[in-house]
Design a protein around this ligand. Sequence first.
Ligand SMILES: CCCCC/C=C\C/C=C\C/C=C\C/C=C\CCCC(=O)SCCNC(=O)CCNC(=O)[C@H](O)C(C)(C)COP(=O)(O)OP(=O)(O)OC[C@H]1O[C@@H](n2cnc3c(N)ncnc32)[C@H](O)[C@@H]1OP(=O)(O)O
Length: 153
Amino acid sequence: MDKSLLNNNEYSWCFACGKDNPSGLHMRFEIDDDKCTAYFTPRREHQSYPGRMHGGLVAVLLDEVTGNYLFAKEGKPSYTAKIEIRYRQPLAIGEEVVCTGRELKRKGRMVEMQGTICKKDGTLLAECLSKMMIVDETPQPSRKLAAGEGEEE
Ligand SMILES: CCCCC/C=C\C/C=C\C/C=C\C/C=C\CCCC(=O)SCCNC(=O)CCNC(=O)[C@H](O)C(C)(C)COP(=O)(O)OP(=O)(O)OC[C@H]1O[C@@H](n2cnc3c(N)ncnc32)[C@H](O)[C@@H]1OP(=O)(O)O
């Protein structure tokens, strides 16, 4: 993998894992041969209805853990082309969960991924099936940001 990509200043603003994004989730990952794992504890600012994590942010956890597995394996970014989520049980605010991403199969540049989120006792809370397209180019920042516009005043 080209480690210089990971030190790219723009990448460090990723909402899910970017270390410089003050509004981000700051996810961290462990990569094995066949899977990526992330541990995450939803906080109050991630809430939808009282006590439960917002479903859109649950989708971020699944999207990121699958995308990270593919990036670690390929050394290239991939874009989410499709993601289908089954929300089985709520993710409780303050309770750590285990997120896992794996590859199921691929055809050309399109890779089918599976993501799961479980409680520490193994109870399945949410799962996804997604399609990710591997890309050769390095994603570019928006022209406005590159020109120094679009930052907060
Ligand atoms: C500035 C520097 C930054 C540096 C960063 C560098 C590195 C990053 C480092 C680390 C990354 C680490 C981890 C990543 C973690 C998480 C990942 C997050 C991912 C995202 O958060 S990402 C944002 C949301 N996402 C998008 O923003 C995608 C928008 N979209 C597109 O960009 C295009 O849409 C694209 C590329 C998907 C495809 O476009 P395309 O032009 O390449 O391909 P095309 O459309 O021609 O399709 C070719 C064949 O795929 C089939 N096909 C297409 N789509 C399909 C679908 N959904 N279902 C079934 N089949 C499909 C067609 O039917 C055709 O099939 P056939 O050839 O048989 O006809």
